[in-house]
Design a protein around this ligand. Structure first.
Ligand SMILES: [Zn+2]
Length: 381
């Protein structure tokens, strides 16, 4: 009996200790620079490059459906570290993509609709801008327009996500080195002013091209010049309609950015339309977009495995659709249901690979992802 009591006390002490590993404790360790490296697996002690991949609207069910419909496997299974984040925004338990992306990009909880600004609409420096200030190369790739909420929050500062032309103009105030996405019309056929931002990009030394001129993969890149490519006038096509550039743009972007700067790079890659499948309550749409995103994740992991200096983080801003896989489902043939055509407040998985990845285990606020990335950059530079 005495032994049992002793065991119980020990157990309680361990349990109490564990509960003290709060977000602040995590932060304190990070500030001290206690980076847990994967040196035993041959990684660099701290990451030189950061690749953040955002599957918009990609909750656990979207991942599950993609996996079951893809022969019960995904590249996501290759990640050694998994965590969960709390996606709510400052004014709503149900976040939108603007507040969700601003949390990752700038480390602040803000209101739904905010692009790179805090809840008082004041601009907050983004991780992409921090990377630029450290002379790292930077890039954005998305399967929506490049001015859509998720990519926009990394480069623009506007009080409303619908200010597409203002967001496009914010691209001119940065030195982003590589970007690929839709929304050409917000650059070259503007309604709020007479600026031609396509031309301005060229004047600023960019190689600029688009789907109308030539194939992305046939584009000639020079490592001395920045590169911009527009995949559509407005929203890019769905995968099921033939869109296939995410994988190619990602491979191209990683190779380009690595050669572009000796100081490492920050690259954000968004699988934008998993969310749109959720809004449409269309399971096939979700699954095809999920598998396209996962194929791209495979290319990023292949790069990071060879490179050894790249921290890869894959997460989502929120879940969309209240999507479930229900009775009557079989492997490769799913019966599904939706509880909403909007987003939900579900906890969201975070997958991490590479030097510094261990910091991403546990449960934390979405804003902690910014702090963990920033700490990695500060440790390197
Ligand atoms: Zn959405």
């Amino acid at each position: 009996m005495k032994n049992l009591m002793y065991l119980l006390i020990c157990f309680l002490m361990i349990a109490c200790n564990n509960s003290e590993v709060s977000d602040t404790a995590h932060d304190r360790n990070e500030v001290k620079g206690t980076l847990v490296s994967y040196s035993e697996e041959g990684f660099a002690p701290i990451p030189k490059n950061i690749i953040l991949m955002i599957g918009d609207g990609m909750g656990i069910t979207q991942i599950s459906a993609g996996m079951y419909m893809n022969g019960n496997k995904l590249n996501l299974e290759r990640f050694p570290i998994i965590g969960l984040h709390k996606p709510y925004s400052s004014d709503n338990l149900i976040t939108d993509s603007a507040a969700g992306a601003t949390a990752f990009a700038c480390g602040v909880k803000t209101y739904n609709g905010a692009i790179g600004v805090n809840s008082d609409t004041m601009p907050v420096q983004s991780i992409l801008e921090i990377a630029e200030s450290k002379k790292m190369a930077t890039g954005l790739i998305s399967t929506s327009t490049i001015v859509h909420a998720t990519p926009a929050s990394f480069i623009a500062h506007q009080k409303d996500r619908k200010m597409y032309e203002e967001i496009a103009a914010d691209f001119m105030d940065t030195e982003i080195d590589f970007f690929v996405g839709g929304g050409k019309k917000y650059f070259d056929r503007r309604e709020t002013d007479d600026r031609n931002l396509y031309k301005e990009l060229e004047d600023n030394g960019y190689i600029v091209s688009d789907y109308f001129q030539n194939d992305l993969i046939k584009s000639e890149l020079s490592h001395k010049k920045n590169f911009a490519y527009f995949t559509a006038d407005n929203d890019p096509l769905m995968v099921s309609q033939g869109r296939d550039y995410l994988y190619a743009a990602t491979k191209m972007g990683m190779a380009f950015l690595r050669k572009h700067s000796q100081n490492g790079f920050f690259l954000m890659i968004e699988g934008s339309q998993i969310d749109w499948g959720g809004h449409a309550n269309d399971s096939d749409y979700i699954v095809t977009e999920m598998i396209d995103f996962d194929r791209t994740i495979g290319a990023v992991l292949d790069f990071a495995e060879r490179d050894k200096e790249t921290l890869v983080i894959v997460t989502a801003d929120h879940e969309t659709g209240g999507y479930s896989i229900i009775s009557g489902s079989r492997m490769d043939s799913l019966a599904t249901a939706f509880t909403t055509d909007y987003h939900t407040a579900d906890l969201i998985p975070v997958f991490a690979y590479g030097p510094g990845a261990r910091r991403f285990s546990g449960i934390y606020e979405n804003t902690a992802i910014f702090r963990k990335m920033k700490q990695a950059i500060n440790n390197h530079h």
